[in-house]
Design a protein around this ligand. Structure first.
Ligand code: PLP
Length: 423
């Protein structure tokens, strides 16, 4: 069954004039989405990078049901509740050492907005107003005006350009020319009133699944420290095991000043986000003077049901061999990716933990090139959900995916390359 064009629903990142039919998903379990008519689709992108352990993990579903029996929601200014308190303790325990405060919101974009505002508030309240933000070329940090400003400019935000604030963009640290990025970072820190550098650690997601090494991140952190510039780690995608460790920053051995978490924080079941900060950032807002308050909130800040789901997610990391599962998945991914090494149809095979990506050789690689939607349709006909970024095909599955599932995904990728080359 499909929803036809008379539906009043306006879908995200969807050109309705070109998309006639949108399948209706009725159920999901593990790595499988099931349509209302019973068709089964393999979710090879974790429903936009959010589902970690698999759809409807029983511990998370049970925790949500239990929380529904006691407290649905309460205003989080002037009140607190147990799920939020316990989750904050757990996040501080799990995150890189030195982060001491947790601010809740409800999406990756809001987690990043909060991080940017914390950074500017920190400098403002210290009487040393710094407002310049540094970001990486090809970055993606969300779709609100502030996060679009930090992200790369392009077709996605062209119409809103007049509203976006200017940021200093550092060249993406391409392997072998990292020095150019370090030099640009140093020059910006020296010459401008820089509040913070924001990065997606180890892999840039929406910018094309571009990987970069942990040592480069460690060096960037050292440069930031030298100039007292705050480092904001946007781990909205990379968090919760995607890169092979719980958080990507661990691989660089660094603690960012601000850490943004969302997507996998509830295992992909409920919208929730958290922005973690170090003590100095909290203390810059801690004052008898009310003007120094951190003025930010969303209506659903720290929703108890979402916090309960996140606590269950943390529990799964403790009670199940998630680390082992992730390392097995990483190996399975690399074996299948290797199948394409030396294959002229693909280039830039790359992997970061559980995420694998490659570029399909074709005439027009841009996002708006017809190839992305054509690939999407081809994969969906094969009952595989893959959503290429232009000609970049990536596989970002839930951790419960099997070797057979992955074979099905990579067979479809191989066949898709035939289709594109034949066209
Ligand atoms: C998805 C994403 C965001 C935005 O998260 P939403 O929940 O979609 O608002 C921000 N940063 C990164 C790195 C992301 O991948």
């Amino acid at each position: 069954m499909s929803v036809q064009s008379e539906s009043p629903v306006w879908h995200p990142f969807t050109q309705h004039a070109l998309q006639a039919e949108i399948p209706e998903i009725a159920r999901a379990k593990g790595a499988i989405l099931q349509t209302a008519s019973g068709r089964k689709i393999l979710d090879a992108i974790s429903s936009w990078w959010v589902v970690t352990h698999g759809h409807r993990h029983p511990h998370i579903m049970d925790a949500i049901k239990r929380q529904c029996d006691v407290l649905d929601h309460v205003i989080f200014a002037g009140f607190t509740h147990e799920p939020a308190e316990r989750l904050a303790q757990e996040l501080i325990r799990l995150a890189p050492a030195g982060l001491s405060h947790v601010f809740y919101s409800d999406s990756g974009s809001t987690a990043v907005e909060v991080g940017l505002k914390m950074a500017l508030g920190y400098w403002h309240n210290r009487g040393e107003p710094r407002s310049r933000i540094l970001a990486l070329e090809h970055a993606y940090h969300g779709d609100t005006v502030g996060t679009m400003s930090a992200g790369a400019r392009g077709v996605f935000n062209e119409a809103y350009g007049p509203l976006l604030f200017d940021v200093e963009r550092l060249p993406f640290p391409v392997s072998g020319s990292e020095q150019g990025t370090f030099d640009a970072l140093e020059a910006a820190c020296r010459d401008q009133a820089v509040a913070a550098l924001i990065v997606e650690p180890l892999i840039l997601g929406a910018g094309g699944m571009l990987t970069w090494p942990a040592e480069t991140l460690a060096e960037m952190k050292r440069i930031c420290e030298r100039f007292d510039v705050l480092l904001i780690a946007d781990e909205v995608m990379t968090g919760w095991g995607r890169t092979g460790t719980l958080f990507a920053c661990e691989q660089a051995g660094i603690t960012p000043d601000i850490l943004c978490l969302a997507k996998g924080i509830t295992g992909g079941s409920m919208p929730l986000a958290a922005t973690l900060a170090t003590a100095p950032i909290f203390e810059a807002h801690y004052s008898q003077d009310r003007t120094r308050t951190f003025y930010h909130s969303s209506s659903y800040t720290a929703n108890p049901i979402a916090c309960a789901a996140a606590l269950a997610n943390v529990g799964i990391w403790q009670s199940e061999p998630v680390g082992q599962r992730i390392s097995t998945l990483s190996t399975l991914q690399s074996e299948r990716l290797n199948r394409f090494s030396g294959d002229q149809r693909f280039s830039s095979l790359r992997q970061c933990g559980t995420i694998a990506a490659m570029d399909l050789a074709c005439g027009d690689p841009g996002y708006l090139a017809g190839v992305g939607p054509r690939l999407y349709d081809f994969f969906l006909e094969r009952d595989v959900l893959l959503r290429p970024l232009g000609s970049t095909i990536y596989v970002l599955p839930p951790y419960c995916v099997t070797a057979q599932d992955l074979d099905k995904i990579y067979d479809a990728i191989s066949d898709a390359a035939e289709l594109v080359n034949a066209a």
